[in-house]
Design a protein around this ligand. Structure first.
Ligand SMILES: [Mg+2]
Length: 318
C-alpha cells in the first residue's frame, strides 16, 4: 500500500529520540532547536548511495544504522556531543517492511546516543540516504585536523581493517574458509553495524592535538590529518592493532593491507603531544607511529622502511 509522505514520516520517524532542547521536531516546515548557551554548534552531513557505499539489497536495519553512524563518527572526531539529526531519504518505492527495519536500525542507534530526529524529507528515486547531524562542543574546544605537529604520537582506536574484511566477506571477495564462523560474523557486523567512538571523541578534548575518523582507510586518513598540520607521518606496521578475527580470515599480510587501506572502520585516528601521553592510560587505543617534519605517510616495520602502494578505499565496486 503506498503511503503518503506525511503518513510515512509520521509512522516510522516521529518518535526517534526525545530531547528537551527540541522546541518543535518532525512535522513542520522546519525544526526549532535550542542550542546550549556558550557552546559551539558542530554540523556534519553524509550521503550513502546503494551500490556505492553499501551492497545492493543490504539489510535495511544496517543501512539505517550506518547512515547515522557515519555522521556520529564525524561528530565524535570533532570532540562533539551529537544532539539532532535530519534525514533525507530517496526510495524506489515506499516498502513498509523495508522502512520499518530501516527506522529500527536508525532509531536504535539514535536512542543509544541520545540523538533526536528533528526533520526529514522523502523522495522517490534510486535508494540514497543523506543524514545531517548537529552537535555541540564547549566554545573553542572542537578537535580539528590542523593541530598535529612533528613529534606527536599517532593513535588509532579499536582494530582497523575488520570492517573492510567484513565487506569483502559480504561480497564474496574473501572466502573466510577455515575461520571460525563466529569470527566471520563479527567481521561482517563491523561493516554492517559500525559503532561510532562518541565517548572517546569527547574525552579527547584538551588531550589530542588533532583528530580524524577513519572512513577511507587509516593510511589515507592519517595523510589528510598530517597534511592539515603541515607535516607528515610514520606508521610502524608492527604496531597495528589487528584483531584475531582479521588475522584468521585474511592472513597477516592482507590483514595489514585491510587495516591500512580498507576504510569503513569509523575508528578515530588522533595525535597527542608528548606532554599529554599520560592521559591516555587504559584507553582502547594503540600508538602506531609519529608525526614527522617530512610530508607524506611512510611505513616502517621496526627500523626498516617498507614500500607501500597506497590505493586508499575505492568505495564499493568502484
Ligand atoms: Mg570524517
Amino acid at each position: 500500500m503506498p503511503l503518503s509522505e506525511f503518513a510515512l514520516i509520521d509512522r516510522y520517524f516521529r518518535a526517534v529520540g526525545v530531547r528537551a532542547d527540541v522546541r518543535n521536531g518532525v512535522g513542520d516546515d522546519g525544526a526549532v532547536l535550542v542550542p546550549p548557551p556558550g557552546e559551539d554548534l558542530v554540523a556534519v552531513v553524509d550521503t550513502l548511495v546503494e551500490g556505492v557505499h553499501f551492497p545492493p539489497a543490504s539489510d535495511p536495519a544496517s543501512i539505517g544504522h550506518r547512515a547515522l553512524a557515519v555522521n556520529l563518527s564525524d561528530v565524535a572526531a570533532m570532540g562533539a556531543t551529537p544532539a539532532w539529526a535530519l534525514l533525507a531519504l530517496t526510495l524506489p518505492r515506499a516498502n513498509e517492511s523495508w522502512l520499518a527495519a530501516f527506522a529500527r536500525g536508525f532509531g536504535d542507534l539514535a536512542r543509544a546516543h541520545d540523538v533526536q530526529l528533528v526533520g526529514g524529507d522523502t523522495t522517490s528515486g534510486p535508494l540514497s540516504i543523506t543524514v545531517q547531524v548537529l552537535g555541540f562542543v564547549p566554545r573553542g574546544e572542537a578537535l580539528l585536523r590542523t593541530g598535529g605537529r612533528a613529534g606527536d604520537s599517532v593513535f588509532v582506536t579499536g582494530t582497523p581493517g575488520d570492517a573492510a574484511c567484513g565487506l569483502s566477506l559480504l561480497q564474496g571477495r574473501e572466502s573466510g574458509r577455515g575461520s571460525p564462523p563466529a569470527m566471520l560474523e563479527a567481521l561482517r557486523r563491523r561493516f554492517l553495524f559500525p559503532q561510532p567512538r562518541s565517548g572517546i571523541g569527547v574525552q579527547l578534548r584538551g588531550i589530542a592535538s588533532a583528530c580524524i575518523d577513519v572512513s577511507d582507510g587509516l593510511a589515507g586518513d592519517l595523510a589528510k590529518l598530517a597534511q592539515a598540520g603541515g607535516c607528515g607521518a610514520e606508521i610502524d606496521v608492527a604496531l597495528l592493532p589487528l584483531s584475531d578475527a582479521l588475522r584468521a580470515c585474511a592472513g597477516e599480510d592482507a590483514a595489514e593491507q585491510y587495516a591500512l587501506t580498507g576504510g569503513e572502520d569509523y575508528e578515530l585516528c588522533f595525535t597527542v603531544p608528548p606532554a599529554r601521553l599520560g592521559a591516555l592510560r587504559g584507553w582502547p587505543c594503540t600508538a602506531i607511529g609519529h608525526l614527522v617534519e617530512a610530508p607524506g605517510v611512510r611505513l616502517r616495520r621496526g627500523h626498516n622502511v617498507i614500500e607501500f602502494s597506497h590505493s586508499g578505499f575505492d568505495h564499493f565496486g568502484g
